[in-house]
Ligand binder design. Structure first.
Ligand code: PEP
Ligand code: MN
Length: 271
C-alpha cells in the first residue's frame, strides 16, 4: 500500500504555504477575517481596513455559497468577486473565497489568492481534482460528517494533481450536541499535526454558531497549536445576509486579537 501524500510518513517536515507575504505553517499564525458573504463593496472595504489595522493578514468573503437550503441567498457570484478584487487592490490584503463548482475554476482563480473548498464539498472529487490542477493555494475545510482519515484522503486528491499548497481547516463536526451549531473537534489540531505535514487552521465561527462563543474557541484553537484562524467579522453583523448570528463585530475582533497574541506567545508562536 502506498502512503498518503498528505502524511508525515511521505514528507516528515512541515509544509509551508506561501501567499505573497503571508506564510502558513511557520512560527507566526495567520488570521483570516471578513464577512461570511459579500454584499456591498463599500461595506467590504470598511471591514477589510478595520481587520487589517488590527492585524488580520487575509480577507475572507463569499461569492459562491453552498447553502443548505435552496431558497436562501446563494451569493452574488462574479459581481462579488469583482468587489473583492477592488478591495484587495485598495488594501493589499490577499483574499480567500469559496469555489463550489469545478467549472468556475478559471473565473474564481482569476480573483482569489486562496481557493476555499467548503465543508459540504470536501468529498466532491471532481472539484478536488480541478483545484489540484490549479497552482492556487487551497483551503480544504473538513466535511462536518467526515473523519480525519477521509479529510486527509480528500487532501490527497489535490496533492496528487501537483498542487502542494494545501491548508486544512477544522470547522466543527456534527455530534449529538445541539446547544452549539457544530462541535469543534479541537483534537483534530494535534492529531493532524502528528499525521500530516500540512498546515492546519481553525474556523471557530461555523462551529460556534453564536458570536459570543467565537472568542473562546479561537483562543482554544491557538492554544492547541493551530497555524491560523478563519473568523467571520463584519461591521454590522445583524444586517449580514448570511451567518450574522455567528459573525463577530469589528469591535469584538479588536478586543480578541491581543488575547490571541498572548495565547500564541504562551505556546511559543507569534501573531
Ligand atoms: C463559510 O466559510 O462561509 C462556509 C460556508 O463554511 P463551511 O463550508 O465550513 O460551512
Ligand atoms: Mn459562513
Amino acid at each position: 500500500m502506498s502512503c498518503r501524500l498528505s502524511s508525515r510518513k511521505h514528507k516528515p517536515q512541515n509544509s509551508i504555504v506561501q501567499i505573497r507575504e503571508v506564510t502558513f505553517g511557520a512560527d507566526n499564525l495567520v488570521v483570516m477575517a471578513g464577512p461570511c458573504t459579500i454584499g456591498d463593496e463599500a461595506d467590504l472595504l470598511k471591514v477589510a481596513l478595520s481587520v487589517k489595522m488590527m492585524g488580520a493578514h487575509v480577507l475572507r468573503g463569499g461569492a459562491f455559497k453552498t447553502r443548505t437550503a435552496h431558497h436562501t441567498f446563494q451569493g452574488l457570484g462574479e459581481t462579488a468577486l469583482k468587489m473583492m478584487a477592488g478591495v484587495r487592490d485598495k488594501t493589499g490584503m490577499p483574499v480567500v473565497t469559496e469555489i463550489t463548482d469545478a467549472r468556475d475554476l478559471d473565473l474564481v482563480g482569476r480573483y482569489a489568492d486562496i481557493l476555499q473548498i467548503g465543508s459540504r464539498n470536501m468529498q466532491n472529487t471532481v472539484l478536488l481534482k480541478a483545484v489540484g490542477k490549479s497552482r492556487c493555494p487551497v483551503l480544504l475545510k473538513r466535511g462536518f460528517s467526515n473523519t480525519i482519515d477521509e479529510w486527509l484522503e480528500a487532501a490527497d486528491y489535490i496533492l496528487a494533481g501537483g498542487n502542494e499548497q494545501v491548508i486544512l481547516c477544522e470547522r466543527g463536526i456534527r455530534t449529538f450536541e445541539y446547544s452549539t451549531r457544530f462541535t469543534l473537534d479541537i483534537l483534530a489540531v494535534p492529531v493532524i499535526k502528528s499525521l500530516s505535514h500540512l498546515p492546519i487552521i481553525v474556523d471557530p465561527s461555523h462551529a460556534a454558531g453564536k458570536r459570543e462563543l467565537v472568542g473562546s474557541l479561537a483562543k482554544a484553537a491557538v492554544a492547541a497549536g493551530a497555524d491560523g484562524l478563519l473568523i467571520e467579522v463584519d461591521c454590522n453583523p445583524n444586517k449580514a445576509p448570511v451567518d450574522g448570528r455567528q459573525t463577530i463585530t469589528t469591535g469584538q475582533f479588536a478586543k480578541l486579537m491581543p488575547q490571541l497574541r498572548a495565547v500564541a506567545n504562551a505556546v511559543g508562536r507569534g501573531l
